[in-house]
Design a protein around this ligand. Sequence first.
Ligand SMILES: Nc1nc2c(ncn2[C@@H]2O[C@H](COP(=O)(O)OP(=O)(O)OP(=O)(O)O)[C@@H](O)[C@H]2O)c(=O)[nH]1
Ligand SMILES: [Mg+2]
Length: 717
Amino acid sequence: MKTYQTSHIRNIVLMGSSKSGKTTLAETMLYEGKVIDRRGTVEAKTTVSDNTEVEQMYQRSIYSTPLYTEFMDHKLNFVDTPGSDDFVGGMISAFRVASTCVMLVNAQHGVEVGTEIFGRHAADYKRPMIFGVNQLDAEKANWENTIDSLRQSFGKRVALVQFPVNPGVGFDSFVDVLMMKMYKFVDENGTREEYDIPAELMDQALELQASLMEVAAESEEALMEKYFDVGELTREEMIRGLYLGFQQGILNPVFCLSAKKDIGVKRLMEFIINVAPAPSARLEVLPDESTLECNADGPTVLFVYKTALEQHLGEVSYFKVMSGKLTEGQDLVNPETGAKERISAIYAVAGKKREKVSEMMAGDIGCTVKLKTVKTNQTLCAPGVEYVLQPIVFPQAKFRTAIKAVNEKDEEKLGDALNKYSAEDPTITVQYAKELKQTILCGQGEHHINILKWHLNNVHKIDVELYAPRISYRETITKVACADYRHKKQSGGAGQFGEVHLLIEPFVEGAPQNNRFKVDGKEMVLNIKGKEEYTMDWGGKLEFYNCIVGGSIDARFMPAILKGIMEKMEEGPLTGSYARDIRVYVYDGKMHPVDSNEISFKLASRNAFKEAFRNAGPKIMEPVYSVEIMVPSDNMGDVMSDLQNRRAMIEGMSSQKGFEILKARVPLAELYKYSTTLSSLTSGRATFTMEFLEYAQVPSDVQEKLLKAYQEEEKED
Ligand SMILES: Nc1nc2c(ncn2[C@@H]2O[C@H](COP(=O)(O)OP(=O)(O)OP(=O)(O)O)[C@@H](O)[C@H]2O)c(=O)[nH]1
Ligand SMILES: [Mg+2]
């Protein structure tokens, strides 16, 4: 392969609803670019993109696959993404390296859930978007309905460049109003003939051309003036207007396609090359807000956007050359670790097919192997420059489950396999929660996790069980209480003696220090001599006050007293959960001249703390999440009543293009498998995000239940 200059590279994300035909289009683009000489099909499990066993079994894409093709002296890098939102991670990382989106819409269904969801992602990332109306050869293809649905969801931005002559079975022609030509396809291999537009289609073509001129003119003042003065634009002016409007995201050109019959694919690729921005059009904004130009004359900077483990090869690192040029054998440095890396080989990648190249210019995308230390989101730079780029921000997890090996002996193997997965797929996280004594696995949805389970079962031969995870409750107090405890052991051998009197009160952020208390109707004034403040590993605070007067306890025993309290906070008196947000005042006690030692004071303070805690209006707290749900207006009622059953507090509602945006606070305990329920309530049309908000007290009926469950558990132990 020749070396492509930055100006001759285009980077694209292929997206669209499930089964809209992305993988089939990818195959046809590879064929048109002569990267392959025969087209495979999804049904025959022979496509370049869906090349893994699990994808072939399900006949759908699960991974985002980097591909490239060569066309009109340009290199088109593109990523075929899965149509299910559960696998959105690969699309998010593709946005980071691509500057244009091609959204496929199935002409049999028009706009679907995926079209809406992915359209929102493209808008969030400010990526210009082309619509490809695909499957126009299918019996139920309906152009008018599809365009109506596009206009409903995407409004005025929808700009038709073409219309099909004969959609449905036998589809072989479309009219292109930019070229003012009709294209007829004479076989299923993209062989096209160009015709003048037939007289009976001329009115339709002129009407469409006029609207396209109008939207093109809107992109620039000079064009608008020309359009008003003369009443029309030349083709060059229209292309310029489309180019500008497209880059600004104010118009989305629409193309006719049959990916399966190779109709319209070449024309789409021509448009991408002529109108989609070259990588140099986008300045990379660095974390310090300075910029890096995508320029082959700059210093070499690579950004690793994905890594994957492959049999026989080890770790493959997928990168984009953000600046400069990359040469085989070049030595680079990871500025975050200082580690040196040699680029032993550079490959252009089309799925599993890799072509070795000797160099790559700024803006190009490829992969390399045998890097020792570089992870996703890191950079490699020419020695002497240190660019660290904005990381890809992956969506928060939406599905949380506990996992364990069915056979205990597989636990270690399971841990290794899960760690490898989460390194490859950053939308999967695995953590052993010491507090819960469970391994917690998080992902984007039940399907996402089930695919992982399939791998564990079939590739790693580990039987696993997925089950509801425990909740990390916390314990705290709501009022002041005192307790004292004497630890004494004086029968035989060395004795033990320690007595601690303490007072506890709730810690409230920002509340002033206090030394007067009323406990059981009795006024107490403490003499505060020292204060220590601790932030607990599990959140919340402990403030520890030394109020000992008259040397009733030696200062040397204070650390042991603190330790006793800390230990009890690790295993709260109510349910064994971590305790938080407490002030402890140690104000009196007793020592024994011979028998007092650290262990005695630790035990005394532990028990005094436990007793005080029980009398201080103890409460269980639970994690509460801030949940934002985007739901189609007609499903609103069902989603609301389901939320009410989940103890949710609705905090806000707003409307946006036929969707309602609901904001709610929902306890984590009520969110198990929420993604699955929401999907079934809305036929997959809703999306949601969830983020930890705070700990809040559980209602008393829930507290009763939790206490009872803990007591049962204790009894069993
Ligand atoms: N008739 C017709 N069928 C098509 C066309 N494009 C794709 N298909 C069929 O539609 C089905 C889905 O195609 P894929 O290419 O796997 O679609 P996808 O968008 O990659 O699907 P996911 O990866 O699951 O999101 C397959 O059976 C294809 O053969 C087309 O242009 N016309
Ligand atoms: Mg696919």
